[in-house]
Unconditional design. Structure first.
Length: 402
């Protein structure tokens, strides 16, 4: 029987929840039935070595790489037309933001970048696929530069927290046969913005390779970076240093815990544009000895394994992959009550949801830290659950076969 062909594209394989969920998806596909071509705009990222050997990684194209590369690199590659398109996208986005009084956290430029660059982007391959998957927005490339019988675009975030050019977004999403949402709450937020797209929505939760991450967790010891002390709790948060993750409030929350008499070290794994802001907050609250930035780590799982409690203090999420990973490693988990939090865990069963406000958040953390029995119960419940979601791959198979 001839294998069906799947095309998947994303930007890079740098560290992040979306990238790790893509690796989980790739590890779950039945390669006896399907051939998979993976196209990355830029062949870069710590997750590159984890691409399964059965996946055909298509060659890098310098025009696509230019979408997420510097002016210097684009000049080196001769991408003059692309540079003009990027400048036009920037000026048009600035104009739209000003005219519509849009807040700083928006998706306008991201959309315009591909929209205005589209005519300068070559067709990726002459192959015709049974299914083309765009794993990370914007989704113009699968819509216009790939031939496929069916096309699907992924939602990884809560759209109710962003502002954007609705007309442009609607055109982009409408060009696909299906829209994959990673949670019911994510779907709800999306459909508040685009109710007309409801018939295209299909729920496909993040797929995790739990055996892989458990093996990764045993790769090395982190005792030197996260030393164990009998009278001190080790807290951990993992994620990009962005507004969404709310790491800029960690120092104040930590100070409230210390004021309550709890000895804690709160470790932050990640990198990103808000690092300066986070460090300033640590200094402002005098938390240099208690909030420790460990930076970017190719393998975050030994750090997860070593912590006493995993925390996700986000302002908003689609569905945090790191939370599922911590649960898969049997860790007590605390998340803030962001809009999609109820789809992330069962409160009091395999994690705890605490208020967003800093002092109330600290109180919720305190309640768990002083309740050893509950922490053990959360860990035990996590150990009894299957967080891999590997059966979700069958939903893709159904779409291909239908």
């Amino acid at each position: 029987m001839q294998k069906k062909r799947i095309f998947i594209t994303t930007h890079t394989l740098r560290l992040g929840g979306v990238e790790r969920s893509l690796i989980g998806l790739l590890n779950t596909i039945d390669y006896n039935r399907f051939e998979v071509d993976l196209f990355l705009f830029l062949h870069d990222g710590e997750m590159m070595p984890y691409i399964p050997k059965d996946v055909n990684l298509l060659p890098e194209n310098k025009t696509y790489a230019g979408l997420i590369s510097s002016v210097k690199d684009n000049l080196k590659w001769g991408n003059l037309n692309l540079l003009f398109a990027k400048q036009k996208a920037k000026s048009q986005a600035k104009k739209f933001i000003k005219e519509n009084n849009i807040q700083a956290q928006n998706l306008v430029y991201d959309n315009y970048l591909q929209k205005y660059s589209l005519k300068h982007l070559p067709t990726i391959t002459n192959q015709t696929y049974d299914l083309a998957i765009s794993f990370l927005t914007p989704h113009y490339v699968t819509a216009h530069k790939v031939n496929a019988r069916k096309k699907i675009a992924w939602i990884h975030t809560d759209y109710s927290f962003f502002e954007f050019d609705k007309k442009a977004e609607l055109e982009m999403w409408s060009a696909h046969d299906y829209i994959a949402s990673i949670s019911d709450n994510c779907t709800e937020g999306f459909l508040k913005q685009f109710p007309e797209l409801a018939p295209k929505i299909v729920l496909i939760e993040n797929v995790l390779d739990t055996e892989f991450l458990k093996a990764q967790a045993d790769e090395f010891s982190v005792e030197a970076e996260m030393p164990t002390k009998t009278d001190e709790f080790k807290l951990l948060s993992v994620g990009r240093f962005t507004h969404a993750k709310n790491f800029d409030n960690v120092a104040e929350i930590c100070k409230h815990l210390l004021d309550e008499g709890f000895q804690v070290k709160w470790y932050l794994l990640g990198y990103g544009g808000e690092e300066t802001k986070i460090r300033a907050s640590i200094q402002e609250h005098g938390m240099e000895e208690h909030v420790i930035i460990l930076g970017k780590k190719d393998n975050p799982y030994p750090y997860m394994k070593a912590c006493d409690v995993y925390l996700q203090p986000s302002r908003f999420e689609g569905k945090a992959v790191t939370v599922r990973e911590a649960q898969a490693l049997g860790k007590p988990v605390i998340i803030t009550n962001f809009a999609t939090s109820n789809s992330q865990l069962e409160n009091g069963i395999d994690g705890v949801i605490v208020p967003m406000e800093n002092q109330a958040c600290a109180k919720g953390i305190k309640n768990l830290l002083e309740n050893e029995q509950l922490r053990e119960e959360l860990s035990r419940n996590c150990g009894e659950k299957d967080y891999s979601n590997q059966s979700e791959i069958n939903k893709l198979y159904v779409l291909i076969e239908s």
